[in-house]
Design a protein around this ligand. Structure first.
Ligand code: ZN
Ligand code: ZN
Length: 81
């Protein structure tokens, strides 16, 4: 891999772990007590968007779900995280 390719990969990585991952996800986890809001599991937690809207990101729109409940919520069509 060339250094320019490496730089592009790195930028992609940064974008993925942007503001949302660093600041919003922990807030949602804390608010929900680090538990799945459906089954109260404390393992494999994800943050799920009830309405996936990047323009109007609100904590009310985000809930903590374990991986199992998250999968059910999407029925095989995950939005990535
Ligand atoms: Zn669950
Ligand atoms: Zn989701």
């Amino acid at each position: 891999m060339s250094s320019t390719q490496k730089a592009a990969e790195y930028r992609k990585l940064i974008r993925k772990t942007d503001f949302y991952e660093v600041f919003v996800v922990p807030l949602v986890l804390i608010r929900d007590g680090h538990k799945c809001v459906k089954c109260k599991s404390e393992k494999n937690l994800d943050v799920h968007h009830k309405h996936y809207n990047h323009d109007k990101l609100s904590l009310n729109d985000l809930i903590t779900l374990c991986r199992k409940c998250h999968k059910k919520e999407h029925r095989g069509a995950p939005h990535g995280k």
